[in-house]
Structure formats: structure tokens, C-alpha cells
Write a protein of this length. Structure first.
Length: 452
């Protein structure tokens, strides 16, 4: 369930309009050898609208077939494969070539499968591949979204690591140390360029705060925009000659269908080189329920129908997803945990009232000692680490002070610097999945690196 293998089917639109973008998105986002299948997928059994622009489904397979024991150990990708899709992205390239939108689809999304040689049924979207391969995976996404999928892409662990190494590594950043035994990730605080093996561990990690797929998906998106931006900065796609060189380099770990040659990749590479980070955007399908229990499938995710429909409508109509109020209806700061589940002791009446208005359970405790110099201090038990980010979001700039054994109640003590309380909304889907421009995901001044 933790792979970054990925697959591709070409249907309808010409590969000439997406080849380089698809190759780079797949190779850089989830990683590895990529090739469109030689034959078009079967005709859909449901209605889809062509819309404008080009849509590519990028999936990563949880599969270790063909990987040597040495590479499995080197890349830390042991464990049982499920022969299912573990990474799934819908990539939309605008008709005028001036915008790229990437929407990640969580693997546990509960949807109805497209028609295949089983009785009609629903299940986790990652299971469609096991039931009917890449064709069924693509048709199931079409059925769930109403979009026409023009291409479908695939990669594997070793191809991803090799591609990252050939392109000089990937820049990653974090505001606190990251450790995940399952993926083998060990990453210190700060910004650094890491090799292919470490990048693979970074994009696969699921057992860091917050746990699960949303944070992992955002890390995949961060790696993608950093590498695309660097290719542009270095002029790797700036003109036909450099685009050809880049295509030749990628061809060492990338295969294309029989209709796509280096000349196509060269011309498309030049087009991709015109995209700046602020002309790219990333999001995850909005979720309404994160633990929908289904017999035989266990815990699944339900899409927020109105908001997810708004995402697919925007792509179909070739509109931006960033700034669409139907996708993100509130401008308040989204938080993962419900404030009503967090108990506080606050030593200032005004701040206590503001936090109470945000939904926190607040006990006003008058402060007796002089206020400490500096910002507000939040004291908490590290056991409740996952909850402190919600409180910190409401008190931007506060200093976190973990104290083992402190108990379930958080203490908020104002410092000499005035405290500001901002409005938060419990919207877990938007914490890591909100539509955001690519330049906001990059490491650097003004962009706070993510802990997840």
C-alpha cells in the first residue's frame, strides 16, 4: 500500500499535446519508468465530456515485480504488494498551455467501479487496477469524475530514484525532524537536496504527523514543483536544443508509445519550459468522511460531493481551481482537529473569549506570575502532538513547549508580545489538500516548510 509505481493509457487526444508534461509529472511526482500503453483503452461505458485541455491520469502501483532484492533493500520498499494503485493524480494541462492543474485522488476513495467482468459494485478506487488493470482504473476515474482521461501513466520505484539522481536530486524541506520506520525516512530540520533513494522515502512516508495520505500527497506535490522549477531555472527546457538533451536524458528511464518520438518530446518540452510555478496549481479531492466503514473494504473515504464536483467542473471547463469558492468555501484557517475536542487553560480574559468563540473548551485561569518575554507560550503533553497544530493555527507565532506528563489540558500563557487569535474552521480536507499555487509549495523565504 505504500508504493510509488505508476501506469498510463492513451485515449482520444494526441500524445503530441501532453507527452513531456505527462512524462515529467509521472517521473518526478511519483516516480520512475513511464510509458503510455501502445493500445487505446476500451470505449467508456459511461458519459464523459471532452472539455478543453488535456487530462492525464497518473497512478503509482503497489507492486515489486522485477525489482531486485538489492534494490528493495536499498530503496526500503519491502512488504507485501497489493497489485493496486497507491498513487493517483489527475493532471490537467490547459488548452492554451499556460496552466497545469494537478488533483490527487486518495487511494481509499470509495467509488463505483466502471463496468468489468464482475457484478456491478463499489470499492476503494485503488482496487480497480487489481480487478481490471490500467484500463479499468482509468475508466473508473472517468466514471467517478465525469472527465475524459486522455492518457494514463505508469512508473516504478527504481525508475523514480534513478530519474531523480539523473536530474541532480530533489530539494525537500521540513520544519521539524521527520522519522518513518515504514518508508525508512530520516530527515533533519531544514532545506536540503537529497538523492533518489531518500526522495522516494520522503514521498512514501505515511507515519508522520499528521498521519495518512493527505500529507504524503502534499509532499509528492512539493517534490514535483521543485524539480519542474529547477529544470526551468537551469534552462533544461528553454529551447529545442536543451529540451532535446533533457528528453534524451529522461529516455534512459522513460519509454513512450510508438506515436511519440524525441521530436515530439523536444517541442513539448519547450512548451513546458514556459510554465512558471505560479501557473501551476495543486489540490487533493475534497473529503467529507475520513472513516466510512464498508464490509469487505474496511475504512474508506467519501468525497464531498458538491466540492469534488466543483473540482471536476473546473477542469472540464479549463478554469483554475485556486480561488474557486465552491471548492474552498471558507477563507478561515483550516485545522485538522475539531477545536471542541481541545481543552485549554488561558491566563488572559480577551484571548480566552476569542479562543472560546473559535470552539475551544476554555477555562480562564488568571495569571499570577509576570508575563514571559516574547510570544505566547503553549505548554502541552507530547502525547497530544496531533492536536497542538490546531491550537497553534489559532495563535500564530506562539511558541510550543512540550512537557511530558503535562496532561490532556493545554496551557496558554501570554508573553510580552501581543497575542493574535485568528478564526479557524474544522476542515481536515483543506489542511493539506486545499488548492494552492505551485509557487506557494516551494521551499524558501515566505513559504513555511511543512512538517508532514
Amino acid at each position: 500500500m505504500e508504493s510509488t509505481d505508476v501506469v498510463v493509457v492513451a485515449r482520444g487526444a494526441s500524445m503530441r499535446h501532453f507527452a513531456v508534461t505527462a512524462v515529467l509529472v509521472t517521473a518526478l511526482a511519483s516516480g520512475g519508468s513511464i510509458w503510455p500503453l501502445a493500445q487505446p483503452a476500451a470505449k467508456p461505458d459511461h458519459e464523459t465530456e471532452a472539455g478543453k485541455g488535456t487530462n492525464v491520469l497518473v497512478v503509482g502501483l503497489d507492486r515489486r515485480t522485477g525489482i531486485s532484492k538489492a534494490d528493495i533493500k536499498r530503496l526500503h520498499v519491502g512488504g507485501r504488494e497489493c497489485n493496486c494503485t497507491d498513487v493517483m493524480m489527475v493532471v490537467h494541462l490547459a488548452d492554451d498551455g499556460r496552466r497545469m492543474s494537478v488533483v490527487s485522488v486518495p487511494r481509499d476513495s470509495y467509488v463505483e467501479f466502471a463496468a468489468h467482468d464482475h457484478p456491478k459494485h463499489s470499492g476503494k478506487i485503488n482496487g480497480a487496477f487489481k480487478h481490471g488493470g490500467g484500463d479499468l482504473a482509468a475508466r473508473t476515474v472517468e466514471k467517478a469524475t465525469g472527465l475524459r482521461i486522455d492518457h494514463y501513466l505508469e512508473t516504478d520505484f527504481t525508475g523514480f530514484a534513478d530519474t531523480v539522481d539523473r536530474l541532480g536530486g530533489a530539494k525537500v524541506c521540513t520544519d521539524k525532524p521527520l522519522r518513518d520506520l515504514s518508508s525508512g525516512l530520516k530527515l533533519a530540520t531544514g532545506t536540503r537536496t537529497v538523492n533518489g533513494s531518500r526522495t522516494l522515502r520522503y514521498v512514501r512516508a505515511r507515519h508522520v504527523s499528521p498521519p495518512g495520505d493527505l500529507g504524503r500527497v502534499r509532499r509528492q506535490q512539493r517534490v514535483l514543483i521543485e524539480m519542474l522549477s529547477r529544470l526551468k531555472t537551469e534552462g533544461a527546457l528553454g529551447n529545442p536544443a536543451t529540451a532535446l538533451n533533457t528528453a534524451l536524458e529522461l529516455s534512459k528511464s522513460v519509454r513512450t508509445d510508438r506515436h511519440t518520438g524525441l521530436a515530439d518530446l523536444m517541442r513539448l518540452g519547450v512548451k513546458l519550459g514556459r510554465l512558471t510555478a505560479d501557473r501551476t496549481e495543486f489540490a487533493t479531492v475534497p473529503i467529507s468522511e475520513f472513516d466510512h466503514r464498508v464490509p469487505e473494504w474496511g475504512s474508506t473515504l467519501l468525497w464531498d460531493k458538491q466540492r469534488s464536483d466543483a473540482v471536476w467542473d473546473a477542469l472540464r471547463e479549463d478554469r483554475p481551481i485556486v480561488g474557486d469558492s465552491r471548492i474552498r468555501p471558507s477563507k478561515d484557517t483550516p485545522v485538522e482537529m475539531d477545536p471542541a475536542t481541545i481543552s485549554l487553560r488561558v491566563d488572559d480574559a480577551a484571548v480566552a473569549d476569542a479562543l472560546r468563540a473559535n470552539g475551544f473548551v476554555v477555562d480562564r485561569t488568571p495569571g499570577k506570575a509576570p508575563r514571559p518575554k516574547g510570544p505566547t507560550v503553549i505548554t502541552y503533553d507530547p502525547f497530544w502532538e496531533r492536536y497542538v497544530s490546531t491550537l497553534a493555527a489559532a495563535l500564530p507565532g506562539a511558541r510550543l513547549r512540550p512537557v511530558p506528563g503535562h496532561g490532556q489540558v493545554f496551557d496558554v500563557r501570554l508573553g510580552s508580545v501581543a497575542a493574535k487569535v485568528v478564526k479557524v474552521v474544522h476542515d481536515r480536507s483543506m489542511v493539506e489538500g486545499a488548492p494552492v499555487a505551485g509557487d506557494r509549495l516551494r521551499c524558501g523565504p515566505g513559504n513555511k516548510p511543512q512538517s508532514s
